[in-house]
Design a protein around this ligand. Sequence first.
Ligand SMILES: [Ca+2]
Length: 492
Amino acid sequence: MTSTNHGCNRLNRFKKTQPYSPLLLACLLSACGGSGTDSATGSSASVGATTSSSSADLLAAQNGSSNTVASLIEQELENSNSSFSPTASLAAANPDSGEPQTVFFSERTSGFTGEVLDDTIRVTWEAFPDAGGYNIFRQGQYLATVKGSTEYIDNSVFDDSYYYEIQAFNEAEDVFTNIAEGLTVKASTFNRTDPNAPVTNEGLLDDYELVFSDEFNGSQLDSTKWNTAFLWGPDVIINSEQQYYVDINNEPNFGYNPFSFDGDSLVITTIETPDNLVADANDQAYLSGMITSYDAFKFTYGYAETRAKLPYGRGYWPAFWLLNAYYGGGEAADPEIDIMEYIGHELDAVHHTYHYFETPSDLRSTSTFTSGIDFTSDFHTFSVEWEPNLLVFYVDGIERYRLVDVNVSSEEMYVLANTAIGGWWAGPPDETTPFPNTYEIDYIRVYQKVTPFNDLQLDQPDHKIPLFDQSLDTATPSHRPTLDSWPADQRP
Ligand SMILES: [Ca+2]
């Protein structure tokens, strides 16, 4: 599992880099198409919709909602007498009433709330010391600037999911700080849908049939479907990763089982390695889990999808991917399709990558990412449509990345899902990283065309995947160790 070239697209995620330079911010705001402001501090967009839509109705709605949120929080604090728990508060407020949820809380930032009103979404957050104002981001894009207030009324909304983040700024000291993240508001009561919403892949599978799946609704891992280690066994480490994948199929008495089930999902739980298991864990600092369909299922061309919820925290590196089944050679060797990779401290981005080795030392790799969604607070679907010379990556059924290339894999591949920790890309965990944490997988499904691609004569696409830029990272990505480092009994 590797991903490359991810560094070069990061500029438009400027909100993730702090402190911000006003010049950079101004430049990027225009690139993002943010609400027409041409000022880094957003004076022309100041207060955004809060002033431009200050109708009597809106003010009335604001006042009413403010009471609702306050009473919910009050109720929660009374109920718990302990730390604030957003999930618990919602359950207390709305116990299986069947009514659509209208109040949402961030699980990451205390006091960051969103409320669906009659025609708008009201977003509120806690004041940040010495802030001159706040920039509001929605779906990873700059939306508006607010001064003199800690709320924003978003009036350009439809029945949809909206992900908000807040950045405080102090113009005098030229300081920009991300202060609130992890708030997703799901609106369903406006009775209007976005006419410009992206088209989903609904209907794509009409010509497909399900050929392999696990719904993970049982109580234990199905060993007839899943291996629990890499092909080369659990003791060979790649990418300088820090986890040890417990091979529970072969070592049921290892002392820790990373796989559990909640009735709906497979839960892969990553922990710090207990002292008594360090030696057995090849001295790796963390215990985690991986499943692969290597023995049970391989396929060429099709559609693979998972629905999953990802672990937040620096160092986590969960993935859902396809790897070629047989150790290769030739001109486009060892292809890898990374349907989803996630780097744990960026809760609102997942990466999609295709790569292969043109020669043993020349890795060709192309990659992009989907941002503006909190992938850690709820389940999302990640999928790829794989055809001759074509890969289309989807998140939540919406196309995110399309690759047309003659070197798209035409080999048999198998499915993998795992939680890595550390390594050359994710970096090591730190004191903020929560342990344990979970990668929850609702299902994994693979479909293939009812009418297969029989000897299709395709035009050769005029495209060449770029060589991996070795200067981007000190380490060379490696989804496979060299053969001579494999345990002798694990070599294919
Ligand atoms: Ca399930």
